[in-house]
Design a binder for this molecule. Structure first.
Ligand SMILES: [Zn+2]
Length: 72
C-alpha cells in the first residue's frame, strides 16, 4: 500500500524505501520498509507523508527522496 494515497498496487508499480535513523533510503532487504506509488512520487502531499513516516520534517524528507531518485 502506498503511504501517500493509501491505494493498493501491485509491487511493480511501487517504489520501496526504508527509513533508518531518520534517513530515507532505498530498501536493502532488512528492516521495515514502506511503499510509494509512481503517481505519488510527484505528489504535493508526499513530503508530509514521508515526514510522518520518517519522523523528520517535510523539507528534509523531500530532499532525501530526490537524492535517492537522482542517484538511482
Ligand atoms: Zn500513491
Amino acid at each position: 500500500m502506498c503511504i501517500n494515497c493509501k491505494e493498493r498496487y501491485h509491487q511493480n508499480e511501487l517504489h520501496r524505501f526504508q527509513c533508518v535513523e531518520r534517513t530515507i533510503r532505498t530498501f536493502r532487504g532488512v528492516g521495515r520498509s514502506f511503499y510509494i506509488c509512481s503517481d505519488c512520487m510527484e505528489d504535493a502531499k508526499l513530503p508530509k507523508s514521508l515526514a510522518r513516516i520518517c519522523k523528520t520534517d517535510p523539507t528534509s524528507a523531500l530532499k532525501m527522496l530526490k537524492e535517492i531518485v537522482e542517484n538511482g
